[in-house]
Design a protein around this ligand. Structure first.
Ligand SMILES: Nc1ncnc2c1ncn2[C@@H]1O[C@H](COP(=O)(O)OP(=O)(O)OP(=O)(O)O)[C@@H](O)[C@H]1O
Ligand SMILES: [Mg+2]
Length: 191
């Protein structure tokens, strides 16, 4: 996999080498993710995505990265990784993606958009831009993978507008059972 493509997708380097092989196959979500990745072309064509929710360090962002890499390798589709909290800044500041488009435009155009850490608190102008992007992508059948620590129920309670449109576009998958950061720490404390 060419590093230049991983950089073009803005995939954080810590997730470049993440694979499904490093996850215990008994965990219930693994087969759902494997199926999604196995059918990635069809899923992208139909605008089908995932809502990966669960506790910290359970590997949600890594799974989103695995799907982004699969889209590249299996379908030659260059997606984009964006942090939820940066979306409003991209819109307001008109940050450039390249000579032709801004980051916010790119967020609309890509065949797969990962929104990492969808954190929504109360209502604000910033959240309005996140909602606008999500609604437009759902309308255009643009596939999205979102990671969040909120449960679908919490999203529904706090942001019914976003939750309602996401129902059409993403399958909620609970990610739990491994603490990947603890694994990393244990490795460091070993002799
Ligand atoms: N399948 C995997 N293969 C290799 N490394 C992994 C895998 N899953 C997670 N990791 C690594 O473990 C660390 C923690 O995982 P990750 O960032 O995906 O957790 P998270 O659930 O998104 O946590 P948070 O809720 O804090 O964002 C990261 O550095 C990640 O790259
Ligand atoms: Mg994460």
């Amino acid at each position: 996999m060419k590093d230049e493509f991983l950089s073009a997708m803005h995939l954080p380097e810590q997730h470049w080498d993440c694979t499904l092989d490093q996850i215990s196959p008994e965990l219930s979500y693994v087969s759902t993710i494997k199926d999604y990745v196995a059918n990635i072309g069809d899923n992208l064509d139909k605008g089908r995505g995932l809502l990966l929710f669960g506790p910290h360090s359970s590997g949600k962002s890594a799974l989103a990265a695995i799907a982004l890499k699969a889209a590249l390798v299996k379908c030659q589709k260059v997606g984009l990784w964006v942090r939820g909290s940066h979306i409003a800044g991209h819109k307001i500041e008109e940050d450039l993606y390249d000579a032709d488009s801004t980051m916010y435009e790119r967020c609309h155009e890509v065949p797969l958009l990962v929104i990492d850490e969808l954190i929504l608190r109360g209502t604000s102008k910033a959240e309005h831009f996140v909602e606008e992007l999500i609604r437009e992508r759902v309308d255009e059948r643009g596939a999205m993978i979102l990671t969040t620590n909120s449960t679908p129920r919490q999203l529904k309670d706090t942001h019914p507008g976003i939750a309602e449109v996401l129902i059409e576009a993403v399958e909620p998958v609970k990610i739990e059972g491994t603490n990947f950061r603890k694994k990393i720490k244990d490795g460091w404390s070993g002799s």
